[in-house]
Write a protein that binds this ligand. Structure first.
Ligand code: TYM
Length: 328
């Protein structure tokens, strides 16, 4: 069975971007592939979180994975820091990664701008840690949103370079995977770019009805269409993009027609959007509460997953050590 790996950083709750960019694919892929889905807690250290916050966030994502339908009997669910083999591979890959190429990664440049007092080496080598997560299981497919494309390119580069240096055909080149024609990018509610935790423009899966409504009603819009059938500006297209994933095609068509004949009322659009987001999130929200309440179960799932992930990782590492010239 083809191998699949993906992960999410535990820096709060899952939002609609995480869900539609990645988690929906996880749930579908577990039926057909040998899947490993993890919680990238090492990656979250770039911002120096407090120990209690990490513990809490890891449990949160575990419960949310389960609530979304990832099934520990079908997929391996684990916490990255439970699999130390990843770090040994990270070291090897770092030996073959160059400062210039790491500095050119857009997310590194963005983060360096956002946190100028904390441009640490972990931030710089974020893509090689991500490559290790994937290559440690020799995975072929990686379900991720559009924002991860550059990191995926680096993962392929790491695989290629290792193979070239040692004259082997050991690591396959992993590919981004999505069921849609193109990689998904869910926009935020503030009219700028993607939905993301650090942008404070998210709707979280666990948000209650009132919170969802408040956030959606405050979403940025413009002064309305100026002529029939005009293209939508980005702020409006963003709302339609979210509508496209949570509402029925009829609802989208209804508001699209209203836009095209200039009779659209943004208040109505937002009310409908808030209602559809809430209908979508409500059952997940309920399950999040149930799974969060049973810490013992979360612990059990993570321990079982770690065991399986370590086995798979160790197999790769044994071969890597031999290829490099070390003892097994
Ligand atoms: P992270 O935690 O930022 O996001 C997790 C997943 O959610 C997707 N995503 C989005 N998709 C569409 N629209 C959005 N607005 C949106 N926001 C987030 C991301 O593309 C991602 O798939 N580096 C990764 C975590 C990671 C990883 C890995 C992923 C570490 N190692 C190995 C895959 C394989 C990250 O920061 O994702």
């Amino acid at each position: 069975m083809e191998k699949v790996v993906s992960g999410i950083r535990p820096t709060g709750n899952l939002h609609l971007g995480n869900y539609f960019g990645a988690v929906t694919s996880f749930v579908r892929m577990q039926e057909e592939y040998d899947c490993k889905f993890f919680i990238a807690d090492w990656h979250s250290l770039t911002t120096h979180p407090k120990p209690a916050d990490i513990r809490q966030s890891v449990d949160t994502i575990l419960a949310e994975y389960l609530a979304c339908g990832i099934d520990p009997n079908k997929a391996t669910i684990y916490v990255q820091s439970d699999v130390p083999q990843v770090l040994e591979l990270y070291l090897y890959l770092n030996m073959n990664a160059y400062l210039g190429e790491l500095e050119r990664v857009t997310t590194f440049k963005e983060k360096a701008r956002q946190q100028p007092d904390n441009v640490n080496a972990g931030l710089l080598t974020y893509p090689t840690l991500m490559a290790s997560d994937i290559l440690i299981h020799r995975a072929l497919k990686v379900p991720v949103g559009k924002d991860q494309e550059q990191n995926m390119e680096m993962a392929r580069k790491c695989a290629r370079r290792f193979n070239n240096i040692y004259g082997v055909d050991f690591f396959p080149e992993p590919q981004s995977f999505h069921f849609t024609a193109q990689a998904v990018k869910i926009p935020g509610l503030d009219g700028t770019g993607k939905m993301g935790k650090s942008q404070d423009n998210c709707i979280y899966l666990k948000d209650d009805e009132k919170t969802i409504k408040k956030k959606v009603m405050k979403a940025v819009t413009d002064c309305g269409p100026q002529s029939a059938n005009s293209p939508k500006p980005e702020v409006i297209q963003n709302l339609f993009d979210i509508m496209n994933v949570v509402s029925s095609p009829d609802t989208v068509r209804f508001f699209d027609d209203k836009w095209n004949d200039c009779s659209i009322r943004y208040g109505d659009l937002k009310k409908q959007l808030a209602e559809d987001i809430n209908n979508f999130c409500a059952p997940i929200r309920e399950r999040i509460e149930q799974f969060s309440a049973d810490k013992e179960n979360l612990h059990r799932v993570a321990m079982q997953g770690a065991e399986k992930a370590r086995q798979s990782a160790q197999q790769t590492l044994d071969e890597v050590r031999q290829i490099i010239g070390f003892h097994k």
